[in-house]
Design a protein around this ligand. Structure first.
Ligand SMILES: [Zn+2]
Length: 177
């Protein structure tokens, strides 16, 4: 499989339970940091990103991929503490807002104010998306406001509108650390 950091979305088919909208193979229009006209506070060259992230984390944070469920231990982390973007250490989530769902990713009711930006991601043709127009089936992507790294998506899961975040995109600091 060829990986391109520009074309984003090696979005893997996931096992999220019915009722949620996180699933599917997706492609997306070019809305990456380099092409959407937004100036991020923290920028790095691709070589610098690759040097600081593992290959797997790079594909998620910089390529927009999604980790397989339950591959990062943070999905079931229950301790008090804070979660920061792995790309730039911006405080993005607090344990207080975490929701325990047995789906394999870290779910939060919301993010720290002004820490997360949204984008359109993952038009899924099998959900009725018209690939020439943004329509039903598009997902809302959550990415870091400071460095643009892909964190996850904002989805409906178990009837709640939640941030569904890759544990791989976050660093957790326990409150008593
Ligand atoms: Zn960041």
């Amino acid at each position: 499989m060829t990986y391109s950091p520009i074309s984003r979305r090696g979005f893997m088919r996931t096992g999220l339970a019915s009722g949620a909208i996180l699933a599917g193979t997706a492609s997306v229009r070019a809305t990456d940091a380099a092409s959407d006209g937004f100036s991020y506070e923290v920028t790095r060259t691709e070589d610098e990103w690759k040097a600081m992230l593992s290959d797997a984390d790079y594909k998620i944070l910089r390529g927009g991929s999604t980790e397989l469920p339950k591959t990062s231990p943070l999905w079931q982390e229950t301790a008090n503490g804070s979660y920061a973007c792995k790309g730039c250490d911006l405080h993005t989530y607090d344990a207080t807002w975490k929701v325990s769902l047995d789906k394999g990713w870290a779910f939060f009711h919301h993010s720290v104010p002004n820490s997360v930006l949204t984008d359109i991601d993952g038009l899924v043709p099998e959900y009725g998306s018209d690939m020439n127009n943004d329509g039903p089936g598009a997902m809302m992507e959550a990415h870091c406001r400071r460095c643009g790294s892909h964190l996850g998506h904002i989805v409906i899961a178990d009837g709640m509108l939640l941030h569904c975040i890759n544990g791989s995109s976050l660093n957790f600091t326990p409150a008593d650390a």
